[in-house]
Design a binder for this molecule. Structure first.
Ligand SMILES: Nc1ncnc2c1ncn2[C@@H]1O[C@H](COP(=O)(O)OP(=O)(O)OP(=O)(O)O)[C@@H](O)[C@H]1O
Length: 233
């Protein structure tokens, strides 16, 4: 379970609070207006930003002071952060061995398997620039899988993809997250994507990240902050 224990983040110009838990294995959409703090919430979980007060706990362990690499999270962002001058094998190797040392035989097998799981078998020696946008997204997902962390953080990872590719990637992430029983948090501006991906939603608005709610109930009866943002309904 992921717990935000009376968490606050305050830069002076921007403030956000969160005080709730996310159940293990839940797929949760993070929705709300632009600039409300959705990415900031992910950054706090990943350890890229430090809370002003409060704590973040994972399965009972306080991880608030843990370095990003020591946290139970894998990240998938829109730009995938693949190094353009490295092959997929080299890019993915860095997920397993950030020190750049050689992989073990088991790690090499896991790398090949991760690429196969996302439909990129045989692409080990390709560089990102020789792949389509969808294939790059899948390579980023393979890297996240390889990290084998129980909490997947997704920050608008599909927003640059066309509708068909986006749906394919959503289904792939749902399938993989379900298989490894990962807790997955997805920042998205697309209500349809949120409903397709997630069973629950965290609304971030007016300086508060609200506890996860059933997404269908929420969309049927959205709070004012959400109706303003969604425009219709
Ligand atoms: N590097 C930064 N320096 C200063 N302020 C920042 C920085 N990054 C974000 N902010 C501010 O922090 C607030 C929250 O930003 P954040 O990116 O978390 O919002 P968001 O809900 O993810 O927005 P969007 O949907 O537009 O991506 C915003 O007011 C933004 O202007």
């Amino acid at each position: 379970m992921l717990i935000f224990d009376k968490l606050t983040y305050d830069t002076g110009g921007f403030a956000l609070s969160a005080d709730f838990s996310v159940q293990t294995g839940d797929r949760v959409a993070i929705i709300g207006p632009s600039g409300a703090g959705k990415s900031t919430l992910l950054d706090l979980i990943a350890g890229f930003r430090a809370p002003t007060t409060g704590h973040i706990l994972w399965n009972g362990t306080d991880i608030t002071a843990h370095a990003p690499g020591a946290r139970p999270v894998a990240l998938l962002f829109q730009d995938n952060n693949l190094f353009p001058h490295l092959t997929l094998r080299q890019n993915l190797s860095l997920a397993l061995r950030p020190d750049g040392r050689h992989l073990t035989a088991d790690q090499r097998r896991a790398l090949i398997d991760a690429l196969a799981q996302v439909g990129l078998a045989g692409y080990e020696d390709r560089k990102p620039g020789t792949l389509s946008g969808g294939q790059q997204s899948r390579a980023g997902l393979a890297r996240a899988l390889l990290q084998d962390r129980p909490c997947l953080l997704l920050d608008e990872p599909f927003s640059a993809l066309g509708p068909a590719m986006r749906a394919e990637m959503q289904d792939l992430v749902i399938d993989l997250a379900t298989r490894v029983a990962a807790t997955a948090l997805l920042v998205t501006h697309d209500p349809a994507e949120a409903e397709r991906f997630a069973t629950k939603a965290i609304v971030v608005a007016d300086g508060v990240a609200s506890p996860p709610e059933n997404i269908k109930t929420l969309m049927q009866n959205p709070p004012k902050a959400l109706t303003d943002y969604l425009g219709s309904k």
